[in-house]
Design a protein around this ligand. Structure first.
Ligand SMILES: NC(=O)c1ccc[n+]([C@@H]2O[C@H](COP(=O)([O-])OP(=O)(O)OC[C@H]3O[C@@H](n4cnc5c(N)ncnc54)[C@H](O)[C@@H]3O)[C@@H](O)[C@H]2O)c1
Length: 331
């Protein structure tokens, strides 16, 4: 953790959309510990990763507003007087975006525009960090993928997130509402959704492992990199605090590539047992698969001084320990 950022956020007023979700709630914990005044907005749609238990113990130290960012009037009120907006509310499932493209459009695209309109008209001094995604790149032409890579999403979610990100950069450039975006990769850790694979396949792997059932690895040779959630949170803080982030997008990476089979083996080793089966992708999933991906995150390292600190073994151990304690609240 960066103590300079602790001092920076002390006393700052912060709004987090998607604040009861996996990354949003971890960010909220960190900001409350910095001494920031924190408001969370979350709609708690059951299919998404929001969970009141994610802020257990913090209830008296922040404010929670259960509302939908699609409600322009309530959002306008929540935005008043905020210094920072961490904009994380989103529909995250790639498959759900294909089955129900209009809900994804409403949340990941249209509501982003209404959030930015609220900022432009009612709080133009706010600084925004938007949670974008590596899904914008689609199937990589080269590895590691840097921010100059062509954007060619392979699913509805990627297209809508691309629009959401573009709106943020446009409002920065045209209206001077300071905004930047973090293109997150596979982020994992305590408080992620493990009920199913909607947020990440690693979630359902961990659930099945702890229920003593084999999990499935699809295409075990596929490469990914993984970011532990505490590291992702530091990237959000660094991006918010640095004036030079405005108008820019940043890849957030991990500790380099690992195959899914190696990841499965590491998970079993860390858990001290368990089993998996290997299979090929189901047809509907294969159509939107991006193949191998890992990030070149030289830009965020050089501009914001951020780097991933938590190794995969340590991150997985902390994640499994969390779910061993809290499993019934997440399934
Ligand atoms: N977890 C990852 O690996 C990852 C990777 C790339 C990008 N992201 C992005 O990061 C952000 C946070 O993801 P997460 O992993 O914490 O997911 P999450 O599902 O745990 O958090 C998203 C939160 O947003 C809330 N939400 C959704 N629609 C809303 C609406 N209309 N109004 C108010 N709240 C709403 C949900 O209830 C949920 O609590 C998302 O925007 C996601 O696209 C995450």
């Amino acid at each position: 953790m960066n103590s300079r950022l602790d001092d920076f956020f002390a006393g700052k007023r912060v709004l987090i959309t998607g604040g009861l979700g996996f990354i949003g709630s971890t960010l909220a914990r960190r900001l409350v510990d910095c001494g920031a005044s924190v408001v969370l907005v979350d709609s708690l749609v059951p299919e998404y990763g929001g969970n009141p238990l994610n802020i257990q113990g913090l209830e008296d130290r922040l404010r929670v507003n259960i509302s939908d960012v699609r409600d322009e009037h309530s959002f306008r009120c929540l935005l008043q007087g905020q210094d920072y907006l961490f904009n994380l509310a989103g529909q995250t499932s790639h498959m759900d975006s294909m089955r129900d493209p209009f809900t994804d459009l409403e949340i990941n695209c249209r509501s982003q525009l209404s959030i930015l309109e609220a900022c432009r008209h009612h709080n133009p001094a706010v600084k925004i960090v938007f949670a974008s995604t590596r899904q914008l790149y689609g199937k990589p032409d080269y590895l590691p993928v840097d921010e100059k890579h062509l954007l060619r999403p392979v699913d509805v979610n990627g297209v809508n997130k691309m629009a959401g990100e573009s709106f943020h950069i446009l409002y920065n450039n045209v209206y001077g509402v300071a905004a930047c975006a973090l293109r997150l990769g596979n982020t994992y850790g305590p408080r992620m959704r493990i009920k199913d694979a909607r947020q990440t396949f690693l979630g359902i792997w961990i659930r099945l492992l702890l229920e003593n059932k084999p999990f499935e690895i699809w295409e075990g040779g596929q490469l990914r990199d993984f970011t532990f959630v505490d590291d992702a949170v530091e990237a959000f803080l660094a991006a918010a605090a640095a004036p030079e982030s405005a108008g820019r997008v940043f890849n957030v990476g991990g500790h380099g590539p690992i195959s899914l089979k190696e990841l499965g083996d590491l998970l079993l080793a860390v858990a001290g047992g368990g089993a998996y089966v290997e299979r090929s992708f189901p047809e509907e999933r294969k159509r939107i698969d991006i193949g191998d991906y890992y990030a070149d995150d030289a830009r965020i390292r050089s501009v914001l001084g951020w780097e991933a600190r938590t190794g995969l073994r340590e991150g997985l151990a902390r994640t499994i320990a969390y779910y061993r304690e809290h499993l019934p609240h997440y399934v």
